[in-house]
Design a protein around this ligand. Sequence first.
Ligand code: APR
Length: 370
Amino acid sequence: MALQISTRVSHIRAPPRAIGLLARVCADFHQTGVKLKHSFTLGSLQLGNKPATSPVRGHINAALRVDNFSTTATTTAFWRSSQATGSSSPRGRRGWLGKLAVGAVLGLSTAALVQSFHTGPVTAMALKMNLDSEGKWEETKEVLLSLSVKDRRPYYRTSSSVPLDEIPVWTPTAGGPEPSRYQRNEKLDQKISVYSGDITMLEIDAIVNAANKTLLGGGGVDGAIHRAAGPILKQECASLHGCETGEAKITCGYGLPAKYVIHTVGPIAHGGVGEEERRALRSCYKNSLQTAAENAARSVAFPCISTGIYGYPSEQAVHEVLATVREFLDAHPDKLDRVIFCVFLPKDKELYLQNLPLYFPAEATIKSKL
Ligand code: APR
């Protein structure tokens, strides 16, 4: 198929030489038998003899314009990448432009193109995404999820971040006020943490949000997570069309140090706790862990879901939570490396440290279930 690429030069502010090089690259393709006819005209993209309305157009335009990045920065970044990766020679320059042209023609996503250029000294800063304003969340998400933790750090909107290796593992202590309710399981010894502080700071695979059914933000930890992630989180949340009580849905973390946010909706328990509220709270934790496992998120932190605005008594919630997490880890010991109970209030820290030995005992004793 003879593919004619003519693109609106006006919308990319690349150095004129880059355009010329791209033209030569296309010519090179032509000589190699790839029927790639090009003409750089100020006009719309032509595919063959008719206006390109196919996705190819979107990719080529996007690849050349690269939404959510400042074109200048991106083009400069691409340009710098070509300079710095020893490709000052015309052939070398054609190399990266070739990737651009081939990527565009093959319909590679913008993110893949951006990522493929990420090899040079182009730092994340050079490809600064604007997470402070709304934008195309799909492309931003694709780029962020493709970056390493180190490469994602320039995009954090939090004042600081706490890496997983700075979150101590809780170790079971022998003895305790009551005999444990579960057998000892050594496989789980290094998997539990109790962390006192702000969940938005945790640089881990996923943090869980105590959301409401709209998923469009609110107060409490929900408000803190949305503020830290930036407005683009709400755009992805809006695409999920809400969440039922006990269910869990996952989004990108955007400006958060956490790669993902798992949104779950806890039961409202102002009128007291019955079987329905207990079951719903357990579902929040079980479905959030399941969602984490399905997305290869191996470290997950929970706030104390429903115990704030939704009024679930903390001293009752802690037992539903620890039993649910223990039973999930017993059933899927290899799916998760760490489950972190992120306690914001001193009373919650006390409750978790006091009751953890009942569910994650240090010794083999077990109280009869009778
Ligand atoms: N980090 C960790 N935990 C936090 C943070 C934070 N930054 N902020 C609050 N918390 C704790 C609270 O102290 C409480 O223990 O999170 C727990 C849950 O409290 P809420 O955020 O009030 O959540 P919940 O009780 O589930 O009520 C959900 O509140 O924010 C709205 O939109 C949300 O309508 C929903 C409702």
